[in-house]
Ligand binder design. Structure first.
Ligand code: FES
Length: 216
């Protein structure tokens, strides 16, 4: 492995904290993968080897899990993962137009990364936020009801190092490495920031008075 002694010591310490949450070592495989992703910004061969060694399983087993989940990246990528939903509803509501405008604006295609290392683009499947279509996600934070112009401004702000606020969720988008550490189970104390469900999500309850009380 090519981790520095300092990085390896830090990963070992964090890994032990993760393992302590589970009755069986192998149950910790997903948070461990997010942990190694938080170190390098992707799941590298070193990350796979670290997880396998920590869990006492083979590297093939760790790789099988790492390649299954799209939130785990297998190659170096940008500081901000910008996903444009082009699934049916978002596509019809403008997602395809957003994708084309953004791709042309930053000059990279699906899974491409800008030369400054800031932005990686990806066409996403449904993000379960259809009521706010068309939806864009930055490091898994929601940006609702987007337009080609709003998304171009969004990536320009990210590349300029400005603070960017999602429509829902945390008050500020953090980097992909920081998000990966949160997904490994090391919270940043900001879980309750910002709005979660909004009027579009609650519209069904508002119109179904009979069930409104039961759901509240
Ligand atoms: S189709 Fe885009 S969030 Fe569901």
């Amino acid at each position: 492995m090519t981790y520095s002694d300092e990085a390896r010591a830090r990963l070992d310490k964090d890994a032990q904290r993760i393992l302590a949450r589970y009755p069986m070592k192998r149950s910790a495989i997903l948070p461990l993968l997010h942990l190694v992703q938080s170190e390098e910004g992707f799941v590298s061969p070193d990350g796979i080897a670290f997880c396998a060694e920590t869990l006492d399983v083979g590297t093939a087993e760790v790789s099988a899990v790492a390649t299954f989940y799209t939130q785990l990246r297998r190659r170096p990528a940008g500081e901000y993962h910008v996903g444009v939903c082009t699934n049916t509803l978002c596509a019809l509501m403008g997602g395809d137009a957003i994708w084309e405008a953004l791709r042309d604006h930053v000059g990279v295609d699906h899974h491409g990364t800008t030369r400054d290392g800031k932005i990686t683009l990806e066409r996403l499947e449904c993000n379960a936020a259809c009521d706010y279509a068309p939806v864009v996600m930055v490091n898994w934070e929601y940006f609702d009801n987007q337009t080609p112009e709003s998304v171009k401004e969004l990536v320009d702000d990210l590349r300029a190092g400005k603070d960017v606020t999602p429509t829902r969720g945390a008050d500020k988008v953090c980097t992909f490495k920081e998000v990966s550490r949160i997904l490994a189970g090391f919270g940043d104390g900001r879980a309750n920031e910002g709005p979660s469900a909004g009027p579009a999500s609650l519209a069904g309850l508002e119109t179904d008075g009979g069930r409104k009380g039961a759901a509240s």
